[in-house]
Design a protein around this ligand. Structure first.
Ligand code: 5GP
Length: 193
């Protein structure tokens, strides 16, 4: 997605060997116009796939996922990282190691929001080592739902995530793919969408 790649070139900052900071338009401050475009690109790709729900993990997956869900006109569900007193229903859970926080948390979705008839599009802001996506796939399969695809805003293709997700047989579609970082600059690979 050209607009996204241009924005990463303009505003992204490389931190260390393997982190891209995009907090001015995606992960902290949000550019709604760019998010709406992102929503439309994924929605166009999955327009005929019979998607019934969009699923992500809080927090920064929520923003692109909500725009994709709006464009597909289906509900969006975000897996929650902390259990609270209002979560009284049966929960489906997965342990997910966070690449940026370096901690494992149990993420959860109320079973009542997922049906065996659901066909789900998973959306996340980044794909690094695939732990968030694999945790969501586990929960969705436990619910008996079908996972039609994993839609990623920024994939770091030099990490293990894409390969691990594709091993499950579920296709990955990324709007921007990063081949690596070179002296603080982002080197892009060809994107899927
Ligand atoms: P994974 O589970 O694929 O290892 O990592 C994906 C999650 O880690 C994303 O949901 C995102 O929140 C976070 N993440 C991974 N890599 C980056 C990065 O380079 N920059 C930012 N801002 N977040 C990242």
């Amino acid at each position: 997605m050209e607009e996204l790649v241009a924005r990463i070139k303009q505003d992204g900052t490389v931190l260390g060997d393997d982190i891209l900071k995009v907090d001015s338009f995606l992960t902290h401050q949000v550019d709604p116009k760019l998010m709406r475009q992102i929503g439309r690109v994924f929605a166009a790709k999955f327009a005929d796939a019979g998607i019934t729900k969009v699923v992500t993990i809080e927090a920064s997956g929520n923003v692109p996922a909500a725009y994709v869900a709006e464009a597909l006109d289906v509900p969006m569900i975000f897996a929650k990282k902390a259990k609270n007193v209002t979560m009284t229903d049966e929960l489906l859970t997965a342990d997910v190691y966070s690449f940026t926080k370096k901690i494992t948390s149990t993420v959860q979705i109320s079973r009542k929001f997922l049906l065996e008839t659901d066909k789900v599009l998973v959306i996340d802001d980044f794909l690094a080592n695939g732990q968030a996506a694999l945790g969501l796939i586990k929960i969705l399969h436990e619910a008996g739902a079908q996972v039609a695809g994993i839609g990623i805003v920024i994939e770091k293709s030099f990490q293990t995530g894409r390969g691990l997700v594709e091993e499950t047989g579920i296709p990955v579609f990324s709007l921007a793919r990063i081949a690596g970082f070179d002296a603080g600059e982002v080197v892009f690979a060809e994107a899927d969408l």
